[in-house]
Design a protein around this ligand. Structure first.
Ligand SMILES: NC(=O)c1ccc[n+]([C@@H]2O[C@H](COP(=O)([O-])OP(=O)(O)OC[C@H]3O[C@@H](n4cnc5c(N)ncnc54)[C@H](OP(=O)(O)O)[C@@H]3O)[C@@H](O)[C@H]2O)c1
Length: 269
């Protein structure tokens, strides 16, 4: 893969993606070009990963084959008209902005372009992200393979239809906050039982990672997994009984439904 990869905006997402790419593909830093509004932030990233820092988004759009639009959604109206003349039918745009649809990006161009929209979650910073990806009809199998190969360096990549992105945002974008709350609550309970706090976080977080891996890597359904740890008349079923009595599942479902409603209301504004 000898394509030139550009990042407009050198913020958190760009830093994470570049860090994953540099770790997984030796020498790829030579193919990476970045821009940023404030020069200093761009220089920091340039020096950290030995990538090329350019002076303008227009230069980047001219040089690069794959262009990550890695600025906040309200900056798109500034960036896209400026780079529009340099985006030919071969260039691949990867849009990262939350809530910005593929057709919102297409409207800046006279003809439909190759656009991939991605929704990464916070865990990409430790290369364990969940990344949903959807494509404009102009994307070829080869474009898709290239984008997937790049993004796999920061997590698990899944191709979805764009209508599913609100559900994706709830289950992988918002839910790290819910899961953090769950870990904190479990750790508080362990502290109550006499465990030092740092140890309690370690046990709770690692148990969560391990349970996730069991489901993904061993392909175990969550129901039978629960049954495996729940011996008759034992301690686990006592805990499950309390969770069910207090409506644990419906609380989680209602929380996700509230997120979904809010996302849809924000999109309508
Ligand atoms: N962070 C997440 O977990 C996450 C998850 C999913 C999606 N996203 C989406 O990813 C995008 C980037 O998020 P982020 O967290 O990386 O934001 P960020 O850290 O604020 O980075 C955005 C960068 O864009 C730069 N910038 C602003 N105007 C620019 C311009 N005209 N030309 C070039 N660079 C410009 C900013 O520079 P200055 O700081 O100098 O202004 C900043 O470094 C957003 O659209 C967000 O919705 C983020």
């Amino acid at each position: 893969m000898n394509k030139k990869i550009g990042f407009i905006g050198a913020g958190n997402v760009t830093k994470t993606v570049i860090s994953g790419l540099v770790e997984h593909f030796e020498g790829i830093n030579q193919q990476i070009y970045i821009t940023n509004r404030s020069r200093m932030k761009g220089e920091e990233l340039r020096d950290l990963y030995k990538v090329h820092l350019l002076d303008s988004n227009e230069d980047l759009a001219q040089i690069c084959d794959i262009i990550f639009l890695s600025v906040k959604p309200d900056i798109y109206p500034k960036v896209l008209p400026a780079i529009q003349p340099y985006i030919n039918d071969e260039k691949l745009l990867i849009s990262v902005a939350a809530g910005t649809q593929i057709e919102d990006v297409q409207q800046y161009f006279n003809e439909p372009k190759k656009i991939i929209r991605i929704m990464p979650n916070i865990a990409v910073t430790v290369s364990e992200g969940m990344i949903a990806m959807c494509c404009s009809p102009q994307i070829t199998r080869l474009d898709l393979d290239i984008a997937m190969a790049l993004l796999k360096s920061i997590g698990r990549v899944d191709l979805v239809d764009e209508y599913m992105l609100d559900a994706v945002t709830c289950v992988s974008g918002c839910s790290p906050a819910f899961i953090a709350l769950f870990i904190e609550a479990m750790a508080d309970a362990s502290v109550l039982q006499g465990m030092p706090r740092e140890k309690a976080y370690q046990y709770a977080a690692q148990t969560l990672i391990g349970t996730g891996k069991l489901i993904l890597e061993k392909n175990i359904h969550p129901g039978p997994l629960k049954d495996l740890v729940t011996s008759p008349g034992g301690a686990t079923i006592e805990g499950i009984y309390v969770l069910e009595r207090k409506g644990f599942r419906s609380i989680v479902m209602e929380a996700m439904e509230a997120c979904d409603k809010k996302l849809k209301a924000m999109a309508r504004k």
